[in-house]
Design a protein around this ligand. Sequence first.
Ligand SMILES: C[S@@+](CC[C@H](N)C(=O)[O-])C[C@H]1O[C@@H](n2cnc3c(N)ncnc32)[C@H](O)[C@@H]1O
Ligand code: SF4
Length: 385
Amino acid sequence: MPGAGLYLHIPYCAALCHYCDFARVGETDPAVHRRYVAALRADLIAVAAAGPRAVAPPDAGIPAGWPTFTSIFAGGGTPTLLPPGDLAGVLRLASEVLPIAHDAEVTVEANPETVTSEGMATLVGAGLNRVSMGAQSFAAHVLDALGRWHDPGRPLRALADTRAAGVQRVNLDLIYGTPGERDVDWERSLRTVLDAGADHVSAYALTVEPNTEYAARIGRGEALAPDEDVQAVRMETAEAMLARAGLCRYEVSNWARPGHECRHNLTYWRGGNWLGVGAGAHGHWEGRRWWSVRAPARYTREALAGRTTTSGQEVLDAGARRSERLLMGLRTVEGVERAEVEPVDEPAATALVRAGLLHADERRLRLTRQGLAMADAATLRLLAA
Ligand SMILES: C[S@@+](CC[C@H](N)C(=O)[O-])C[C@H]1O[C@@H](n2cnc3c(N)ncnc32)[C@H](O)[C@@H]1O
Ligand code: SF4
């Protein structure tokens, strides 16, 4: 079982990308950011003081003390929109109130246009050792279609500043299959992240999320929806180019040099425990899931008033936990132990093996390369038992 993770959510962005439906709002007022940081600190202190029994199911029978946390992930939104000293203060606070391992993986999500080497150095001083940056594409017309506001060269300058501050581990996010993107654009994006020496790449197929600017543009006939066949070809290209460069696919959308996989995200995919603190953050502990108030203004009010910031929760029964484990675990190349997910639909498993989508032996289930391309659909067939 992996160690526990701590997720901290910073919900502010300078402007909103057309495709994105994460828990984020466009907000640049430093006074609002400051209040949010104060709220986040108060919430983190309260959650840490309450201990694991307050986040686990009532009958989980777990020790009263926290286990060691092996990762922190500050995501967004745009964490690097905050003054670096404020974000560094939150990272330091986490180490004061929770048992964070001395060699914990500490990641901050960064938007290229917000990165400076001084800011990164401040975060490194507070334990930062990994940066995940949204590059999305290195073609100007694709960035434009996505509603990104940095030029294609900006992520590389941000990467150089990040390295200058002493951060060696860098992930770059890419999005493929944006209408208007050509094969050569995608190949150039992949080549650029490889030439930049990223040790980790996340490549996501563009998806149309309801209630986004992108969905509205499609509705008005101003933009095209992504073409799934084109996206399938782009994925093949990614797989081939990244593998040739020594980056191994370890999850549906993630590649890393061996040993550089994201420990924090592996905790999610391996069914581990993590605390989620911040507006719209989700947490999971021993089968109980909860999520915080999504609207940052309300979250801030509740946390500063010392009230709970939890807006919903569910406790998974044994069957739901097995299904969840299967759904998350089969996203990874390592797959799942049968003992954790059985019973599965064995005739469906046999059919998937025959179709070349699944490897199944007595101990483990894992999707093949073709299976990963349709991970959710394949998994749902196994669940139908
Ligand atoms: C939570 S976002 C934060 C990243 C950071 N704020 C940035 O934009 O640079 C994480 C990543 O999710 C991906 N993403 C978000 N919405 C998406 C969508 N609709 N389709 C595909 N990828 C998406 C993007 O690659 C993005 O970098
Ligand atoms: S992709 Fe990143 S910068 Fe763009 S709106 Fe989403 S969280 Fe904000």
